[in-house]
Structures are given as structure tokens and as C-alpha cells.
Write a protein that binds this ligand. Structure first.
Ligand code: HEC
Length: 134
């Protein structure tokens, strides 16, 4: 084999190798886009609910709305997280515990103090799931 030919093969090999890894990295990123998006929205609605339920800026209907969004996100979580390997009994147990705390917030109705109290437990339920699953 001539030196030129070896060089061409080497360059082609490097090119194909990096192309394959780009494709693989892109697929990985896409796979994680919806779980990451779900959690970004968890963070968003939790923060909004906190702000709306705080005593200085109390807007109870808005706070209640954001707590309702937390419920919807958790309801949809199973197939989304199963796609990246979080479909075990621990995840399900933590998801149900989270839903139970969210439901206490919803049961508080349009009441800033009640929602504020529930949000502390909701935050603990976020942390509990992260601690055990991530
Ligand atoms: C039932 C389990 C569960 C609950 C409940 C949960 N999370 Fe998560 N969260 C996860 C998992 C699993 C990941 C890691 C996702 C990954 O690997 O891409 C995560 C990741 C995150 C991330 C990082 C996302 C990123 O871009 O890497 C944030 C922020 C987050 N969660 C916020 C929250 C907030 C706020 C709550 C509560 C309101 C919450 N989560 C409730 C399981 C949960």
C-alpha cells in the first residue's frame, strides 16, 4: 500500500468516526430533550407557584394554576422517563408520593397560606425523587 493511500484511508476513517459519534451524540441529546424539558417545566411551575403563594405577592388562583401544572407533568412522566431508563418501582413510588403532596396543594384551594405549606412538602418530594433516582 502506498503512503498516499494509507493517508487517504486514515483521513476517511477519522471522518467516518467523528460523523458516527456526532450522530450518536445528537440521538442522545434528543432522547433526553423531553425528560429535561419536563423537569425544566417542573422547576418553572414550582417557582411560579412559590412566588404567587408568598404572602407579599399573594395571587391564590395563579398559585393554584401552577400547582395543577405540576400534577399534569407528573401524570405524564412515566413513558417520558421510561425512555431514558427510569421506569422502576422506586421512580413510581416517588412519583406517587409527589402526586400525593401536589394533591394536598390542590385541596388547599385558592389559599396562599395553604398552598405555601403544601409547596414545602412538594419541594421535599422533588428532592426525595432526585435523591433516590438520579
Ligand atoms: C418521580 C421522580 C421525580 C420527581 C417527583 C421530580 N423529579 Fe426532577 N428529575 C428526575 C429525574 C429522574 C431527573 C434526571 C433526568 C435526566 O437524567 O435527564 C430529574 C432532573 C431534574 C432537573 C435537572 C434537569 C436537567 O436539565 O438536567 C431539575 C431542574 C428538576 N429535576 C426539577 C424538579 C422539580 C422542581 C421537581 C418538583 C416540583 C422535580 N424535579 C420532581 C426525577 C424527578
Amino acid at each position: 500500500m502506498s503512503a498516499t493511500r494509507a493517508l487517504i484511508l486514515l483521513v476517511a476513517g477519522i471522518f467516518l468516526g467523528s460523523l458516527t459519534s456526532f450522530i450518536a451524540a445528537g440521538a442522545m441529546q434528543q432522547r433526553h430533550a423531553v425528560p429535561k424539558g419536563t423537569m425544566a417545566l417542573m422547576q418553572y411551575h414550582y417557582t411560579q407557584a412559590r412566588r404567587d403563594a408568598s404572602s407579599n405577592t399573594c395571587d391564590a388562583p395563579a398559585a393554584l394554576h401552577h400547582v395543577g401544572r405540576l400534577r399534569m407533568l407528573a401524570e405524564d412522566a412515566n413513558p417520558i422517563f421510561a425512555a431514558i431508563g427510569y421506569a422502576d418501582a422506586t421512580f413510581e413510588r416517588r412519583r406517587e408520593a409527589f402526586l400525593a403532596e401536589v394533591d394536598k396543594g390542590i385541596a388547599a384551594g385558592a389559599d396562599c397560606a395553604g398552598i405555601g405549606t403544601a409547596l414545602k412538602q412538594i419541594n421535599d418530594a422533588c428532592a426525595a425523587c432526585h435523591h433516590e433516582t438520579r
